[in-house]
Write a protein of this length. Structure first.
Length: 233
């Protein structure tokens, strides 16, 4: 009954106030900071990832058809020369996005530029990029400054809820998959991860080698945090 009443109150106030407005505004700014850092790093080797002569396989025609074509502009041979402009634009607009002005327009512009750049360099993408794409899409519907328009407030609250659900599903899935893995159950997975040069840290690996109790604590603690995350939220 209490849960029902809480949900009923939430739906009533959905169009009246933006939930956790300050936290949402800060998260939005951090998103644009991440976008700037990510593409600033990639810009140092832009030719390798985005030029026509790179080693990344071209998209097939089916992957570029219909509505997908707007997200594959750089995969069109005659338009590939635009990639430096896309990089400059996404860096400039991400800085502007941190200011909090024209929130939906900046989010839409960054999303469009990001999808085109990432689809051109699709082989370097991972689950983290997929999450950023989803959050970037939801941010198009978020405006923490518009406090008078009921429709705008409702869209903001619903988009925020979708982001929460998405992140909770990711952590819950990651935690459940770890529980099913023998190395995580035995509390030694972090030791082996840190021992891989591409992913680990030499000093941390040495520390874990000297203190097996810390290995078990950090490994099982990771699983516990991921499984608890949806409930904590």
């Amino acid at each position: 009954m209490e849960l029902y009443q809480s949900i009923k109150i939430w739906f009533k106030s959905l169009h009246q106030t933006i939930y956790h407005r300050k936290s949402l505004s800060m998260a939005r700014k951090l998103y644009f900071v991440w976008i700037f850092i990510n593409y600033a790093i990639l810009s140092t080797t832009a030719d390798f990832f985005y030029s026509a002569g790179n080693y990344i396989p071209e998209r097939t025609s089916s992957e570029m058809s219909g509505y997908k074509s707007i997200f594959n502009i750089l995969n069109i041979e005659s338009l590939n020369f635009l990639y430096p402009y896309f990089i400059v634009l996404i860096l400039v607009i991400s800085i502007f996005g941190v200011s909090g002005r024209y929130q939906r327009w900046t989010a839409a512009a960054v999303y469009l530029l990001m999808m085109n750049l990432d689809n051109k360099a699709h082989v370097i993408l991972d689950g983290g990029n997929n999450l950023i794409h989803l959050i970037g899409f939801y941010l198009i519907f978020i405006d923490t400054q518009n406090l008078k328009n009921p429709l705008s407030i409702t869209l903001t609250n619903l988009a925020r809820l979708m982001i929460l659900i998405q992140v909770c599903l990711i952590y819950a899935t990651a935690g459940l998959l770890k529980v099913m893995g023998p190395l995580w159950n035995k509390g030694v997975a972090l030791y082996y991860t840190m021992g891989v040069p591409e992913f680990g840290n030499e000093k941390l690996f040495q520390f874990l080698s000297d203190y097996p109790l810390a290995v078990a604590l950090f490994t099982l603690g990771t699983v516990l945090f991921q499984l608890s995350f949806p409930y904590l939220i």
